[in-house]
Design a protein around this ligand. Structure first.
Ligand SMILES: NC(=O)c1ccc[n+]([C@@H]2O[C@H](COP(=O)([O-])OP(=O)(O)OC[C@H]3O[C@@H](n4cnc5c(N)ncnc54)[C@H](OP(=O)(O)O)[C@@H]3O)[C@@H](O)[C@H]2O)c1
Length: 311
């Protein structure tokens, strides 16, 4: 079985490395010489190598599991030292599309393999034998794909993927991923929850009650939605919730909301978001968002509740 070298030891990389090791798939982790993760990776029983050391090069595929904005730097430094035909795996199509890696580095084989999960859940669901999905694309793989497809399916199973992997393209994966982050997963869900938590507390609800209603129960409801599917989910909820759901739907999901959602997708497709990203100081943005939530009553309630032991 062709070995996979995972570059980095962050959110995705750590889960990939541990799942593959536990499944007996040949895997190792490659880190920068000054990486603070060396000790942790070794302690977890992983085979670790320095990026750029003699042992780094050789047979096998490489998964770029560093932040997307760092992929270009890696390929600039390493692409000429990797043997022609080396497979580079991407867990997201964004960096290849932004820099046209397939045209710049045609001697490498560029393959998309994107588990559809945040890193921490990739590990947790593997341990729980939960449901995990993934997509792939061979559009920038030159030559017959029979062997690489077989290898990718082994890799998927070893990672705990049990839905798919399904074929897509780099462009469609990137567009769908950015759109779901912007319109639902990382905006609407946490911010609507935060707003509603504040409204409840401002109008006299205990913060603990508001926390359960707006944050903790979200997880339980989403689990049911994903487990049962949309039709059965609406059969599960109480008459009050059903009538309330219809009222909220009619009131909130307006033409204006639909048009705002669509504009997010348009701005992904026409390159506006890419330009905004290029001009963004990501660390500054991260700090601002962290401060916003750090000071929020929802975060304080989360901290208090999660510090307490149960009865
Ligand atoms: N976060 C998620 O759960 C998630 C979900 C879906 C897809 N993805 C995709 O998965 C990929 C990895 O994302 P991530 O969020 O997991 O990354 P991440 O946690 O931010 O990656 C951090 C790791 O990358 C290493 N690193 C950073 N810059 C580097 C460089 N220039 N050269 C070598 N190593 C470098 C760091 O090494 P040091 O120890 O040396 O600092 C660290 O080990 C991305 O393509 C992302 O789009 C992520």
């Amino acid at each position: 079985m062709m070995r996979l070298t995972i570059i980095g030891f962050g959110n995705q990389a750590k889960s990939w490395a541990l799942n593959l090791k536990d499944s007996g798939f040949p895997v190792r982790v490659a880190l920068r010489p000054d990486s603070s993760s060396f000790e942790a990776a070794v302690r977890l029983g992983l085979d670790v190598v320095e990026i750029g050391s003699a042992g780094f090069y050789g047979d096998g595929a490489y998964a770029l599991l560093t932040p997307d904005l760092a992929h270009h730097e890696f390929l600039v430094a390493q692409s000429n030292l990797l043997s022609p035909g080396t497979v580079i795996l991407y867990a997201h199509g964004f960096s290849l599309l932004s820099h046209n890696f397939h045209s710049r580095y045609p001697h490498l084989q560029h393959v998309l393999f994107a588990p559809k999960s945040i890193g921490s859940e990739l590990r947790r669901q593997y341990e729980l034998k939960g449901k995990l999905g993934a997509v792939f694309s061979f559009e920038h793989f030159q030559g017959p794909t029979v062997e690489i497809e077989e290898w990718l399916r082994h890799l998927a199973r070893a990672l705990g993927i049990n839905m798919g992997p399904f074929a897509t393209s780099f462009e469609r994966e990137t567009r769908a991923d950015l759109y779901s982050e912007q319109g639902l997963l990382c905006s609407l869900v946490p911010y609507a929850a935060g707003e509603m938590f504040s409204h409840l507390v401002e109008t006299g609800a205990e913060p603990e009650l508001a926390y359960f209603e707006c944050w903790h129960e979200l997880k339980l409801v989403v689990d049911a939605m994903v487990d049962k599917g949309p039709e059965a989910f609406f059969d599960l909820i109480s008459p009050n919730a059903l009538v309330g759901s219809e009222k909220g739907y009619q009131k909130l999901i307006t033409e204006d909301f639909r048009s705002r959602l669509r504009s997010l997708l348009t701005e992904i497709q026409d390159g506006t978001f890419n330009r905004e990203l290029e001009n963004n100081n990501v660390e500054e943005t991260r700090r601002r968002i962290r401060d916003r939530w750090h000071q929020s009553p929802l975060q304080r309630t989360f901290d208090t509740i999660n510090r307490q032991d149960g009865p």
